[in-house]
Design a protein around this ligand. Structure first.
Ligand code: APR
Ligand code: ZN
Ligand code: ZN
Length: 361
């Protein structure tokens, strides 16, 4: 029996979000219905609302979520009703070229639920990143659910579903930060701060936080930054070189998504270092670099989507580390809010007042 639940809908481009009744069908083959307990507010939700991602309005927003599996469809084996799960937007197929070559984080056939959730008049909803979890319940592909230790609070667990995983993974997966490395993180919002926490976890010796906002640098220090640079006042490339004996950082993580910060990241790395690009630029942005510099600097330039994570490998591990007190995921939850406060949370996000607002149901 399909069920009616409350959900946060983006009805049209730049229109305010509103709460509507969402019809959630019973799970079909390979699908699951999850009772959502918490869902973080991410920039991508705002981008959906602004029409920057797709025109398929109306959207059911929310995609950084954790909850309890309520029911599963035919053929679902890895999860059963009652399991506590974190949702992911990258359920890999296991069969494409990327999967077969051992790089499933590049899988091009990611799974979502086949059935659609709708409004009560039958209008089909587009769930944000195939999840749609600003709702009491949501329908997803079973592969989008990863079982984790239920001892963790849902608000904390859900963070791994997107931004915090992107930052942690940029450091530990893409950047392969190792013991003794020097790391510079440019941009210390939720993603950059997670990259800082990931670098500390990986044993980095020096972690240099760069931002234009002193408030952000204070938080970055709490999460593990050993040095801070306000790049409004100080040339960050010079400062990073100075702090690394003139060499540049072994790993530079860019978590802003602008041409000037991409360029800083390019020049702030050690000649044999790695640049990890996490910040998402807009289509018109361009970088103009002397080819001699591109040629003359070795190392690697990598981009990182979703922290190159494998949810089934990384989510349980990171939650275990949090429960052991070795990774403070709780520091990323700035506030918990209700479903009706998403629009206000977008406003606070725009002003840089929060790392994460998390809707708790
Ligand atoms: N130099 C340094 N830091 C900057 C600059 C700049 N020129 N401009 C902005 N920042 C800082 C902001 O002060 C803020 O602390 O970058 C940070 C961006 O943080 P958020 O807006 O909270 O964004 P976040 O969620 O961390 O995502 C960062 O990663 O995954 C991508 O799409 C995401 O592109 C976005 C980026
Ligand atoms: Zn695949
Ligand atoms: Zn997100």
């Amino acid at each position: 029996m399909a069920q009616d639940v409350r959900g946060v809908i983006a009805p049209g481009k730049n229109e305010p979000v509103r709460i509507e009744t969402v019809v959630v069908p019973d799970p079909g083959p390979g699908e699951a219905v999850v009772q959502v307990q918490a869902c973080g507010v991410c920039h991508t939700d705002l981008h959906y609302k602004e029409g920057g991602i797709s025109d398929d309005f109306p959207f059911l927003l929310g995609h950084e979520a954790a909850g309890i599996v309520e029911s599963v469809g035919e053929g679902v084996q890895d999860i059963v009703p009652g399991d506590f799960v974190v949702l992911n937007w990258r359920a890999v197929c296991g069969q494409c070229r990327a999967c077969l070559r051992g790089r499933p984080w590049y899988c091009f056939n990611t799974h979502n639920a086949r059935q659609k959730m709708t409004l009560t008049d039958g209008t089909e909803l587009s769930p944000a990143l195939g999840i749609g979890a600003f709702a009491e319940k949501t329908l997803v592909a079973a592969g989008q659910c990863t079982k984790v230790d239920p001892a963790v609070s849902p608000a904390v667990a859900g963070l791994l579903g997107c931004g915090v995983m992107a930052g942690l993974g940029a450091a530990i997966n893409t950047g392969n930060v190792g013991r003794g490395d020097s790391v510079a993180v440019i941009g210390c919002g939720g993603v950059g701060d997670a990259a800082i926490a990931g670098s500390r976890l990986a044993g980095a010796a020096k972690i240099i936080a760069v931002d234009i906002d002193d408030r952000k640098l204070t938080t970055a220090e709490k999460l593990g930054a050993t040095h801070t640079v306000n790049s409004r006042e100080t040339d960050p490339v010079e400062a990073i070189r100075e702090l690394t004996g003139g060499f540049g950082a072994d790993v530079v993580i860019e978590a802003v998504g602008r041409p000037d910060t991409y360029e800083q990241a390019f020049y702030a790395r050690d000649l044999a270092g790695t640049v990890v690009l996490v910040g998402v630029p807009t289509p018109e942005m361009k970088l103009d670099l002397p080819l001699l510099d591109v040629f003359g600097r070795g190392g690697a330039l990598k981009s990182s989507w979703y922290g190159d994570c494998l949810p089934s490998r990384d989510f349980p591990m990171l939650i275990d580390l949090h429960l052991q007190g070795r990774l403070d995921l709780g520091a990323f939850v700035s506030e918990t809010i209700g479903l009706d406060e998403v629009e206000a949370a977008f406003e606070r996000m725009r002003h840089g007042d929060v790392l994460r607002s998390v809707v708790v149901l």
